[in-house]
Write a protein that binds this ligand. Structure first.
Ligand SMILES: [Zn+2]
Length: 125
């Protein structure tokens, strides 16, 4: 049995009526809740779930450690994505950002050590 409802252009709906109803799934007033549920489910399926823990990101990025936390999060979010050219590019970009942050961190640590050494020398003179 065909659906008794009409489509938006005024023609009779050609969809099959659901069992125990005069209407199809779309037009049956009783299946409104089920429709909403199906829509929600569909929406959830299309969205990529979060893999990284967004709570691990500092609200303000002020140090190399903060930068690394952001990069760790970005990496965790990128890895489970479906393989694509964009994902590949993002991973390469992240690797570059990690190198920059780690180098800056290393430089900072060496500078601090140098400053400490100079300070110690000046004190011992
Ligand atoms: Zn219908």
């Amino acid at each position: 049995m065909k659906c008794k409802s009409k489509t938006t252009n005024g023609q009779l709906c050609q969809a099959q009526a659901i069992t125990g109803s005069k209407y199809c799934f779309t037009h049956d007033p009783a299946s409104g809740a089920a429709r909403a549920k199906a829509r929600k489910k569909g929406g959830r399926r299309n969205r990529t779930p979060h893999a990284g823990n967004s709570e691990s990101i500092p609200t303000k990025v002020r140090t190399i450690e903060d930068v690394l936390a952001v990069l760790d999060y970005a990496l965790a979010e990128t890895l489970p994505l479906e393989n694509s050219i964009q994902r590949g590019r993002l991973l390469v970009a992240l690797a570059g950002a990690f190198i920059e942050a780690l180098e800056a961190g290393e430089l900072e640590a060496r500078l601090t050590a140098l400053e400490q050494r100079i300070k110690n020398q000046n004190e011992s003179v």
